[in-house]
Design a protein. Structure first.
Ligand code: MTE
Length: 305
């Protein structure tokens, strides 16, 4: 992507939204934005970025989760995440931006175009789902805060509130849960801040009220319940990478040819197909190769895993 190297230009000048959206989506987004008010849900358009694969059921998507703030069992988030208060909510955006500040949820939603995006979702543990997210392109929010020319990365943090997040009473992970993206990855039109699933507000166990979705990367990059984004010129700390850098790289792009040290990534287990569901071949960059491979041209994916 050429614009990465034009550091003299602001992103808002060079990546107008319309470049990434066809006319139908723009219209649907506008109509939706008027109709949905502050709840932020409801603008649907089957867009160029959605897969035509059949989505998992809401039950699958909301009952088989990873959200260690609520425990390590797959059913712990569904059991315990109702204790999380998501209203009021704000996101602190700081670091190398012209417009730092604390942005309230309603303000964020009313300035964003909510779309439906049906994405493949691949966990590093080798299970997968297809999820109909509602959300907006992270680029919209970043353009609004105006990254400075030296900014190269975005770091993200989840809420720390042990009274409501029982898992945070143990030192299982070094809280807050943290993640990071290169700025070009963060600005990519596929990179979403999800606000809902199946047209409903995002369930707490899936990372309410705002969570990142980066469909070509392993699921742990998709950080939940975000309260802070920091633009920086240094590669950010990322929870699983800090925990075990040999097993979890900073990039964590889905790649069938780069195995996890303890298991193969060549195939995956689709959730929802029952006990005897057939494994499927893992797709390079989780099926988004055409859209995103250019960002990694010339990079050794097995070294920068
Ligand atoms: N975000 C936070 N804050 N805490 C977590 O434990 N787990 C990650 C990611 N985001 C996690 C998180 C992992 S390992 C995965 S696979 C996905 O969330 C799971 O998302 P889902 O439960 O919506 O499928």
């Amino acid at each position: 992507m050429a614009y990465r190297f034009r550091t003299d230009l602001k992103y808002s000048q060079i990546t107008p939204k319309a470049d990434f959206l066809n006319r139908r989506q723009v219209m649907a987004g506008m109509a939706g934005a008027a109709a949905i008010g502050l709840s932020g849900q409801g603008a649907f358009a089957a867009g160029q970025y959605s897969t035509s694969e059949k989505p998992n059921t809401l039950k699958d998507i909301t009952s088989y989760n990873n959200f260690y703030e609520f425990g390590t069992g797959k059913d712990d988030p569904a059991k315990h995440a109702h204790s999380l208060t998501t209203d009021p909510w704000s996101v602190k955006i700081d670091g190398m931006v012209d417009n730092p500040g604390s942005y309230g949820l309603e303000d964020i939603l009313s300035n964003a175009t909510i779309e439906e995006r049906i994405y493949r979702f691949r966990c590093v543990e080798a299970w997968s789902m297809v999820i109909p997210w509602n959300g907006f392109q992270l680029s919209q929010l970043l353009e609004r805060v105006s990254p400075q020319s030296g900014a190269k990365y975005v770091s993200f943090e989840t809420l720390v509130r042990p009274e409501e997040m029982p898992g945070q009473n143990s030192a299982l992970l070094d809280w807050p849960y943290r993640e990071g993206l290169r700025l070009d990855e963060a600005m990519h039109p596929l990179t979403l801040i999800a606000t809902g699933i199946y047209g409903e507000d995002l369930p707490n166990q899936n990372g309410a009220p705002l969570r990142l979705v980066v469909p070509w990367k392993y699921g742990f990059k998709s950080i939940k319940s975000i309260v802070r984004m920091t633009l920086t010129d240094k590669q950010p700390q990322a929870t699983w990478n800090m925990q075990n850098p040999r097993e979890y790289g900073f990039y964590s792009n889905v790649n069938p040819n780069v195995d996890h040290p303890r298991w193969s990534q060549a195939s995956e287990r689709p959730i929802g197909g029952g006990l005897f569901a057939k494994r499927k071949a893992t797709l390079m960059l989780n099926g988004y190769e055409e859209e995103v491979a250019g960002m990694y041209a010339g990079m050794d994916m097995s070294k920068n895993f």
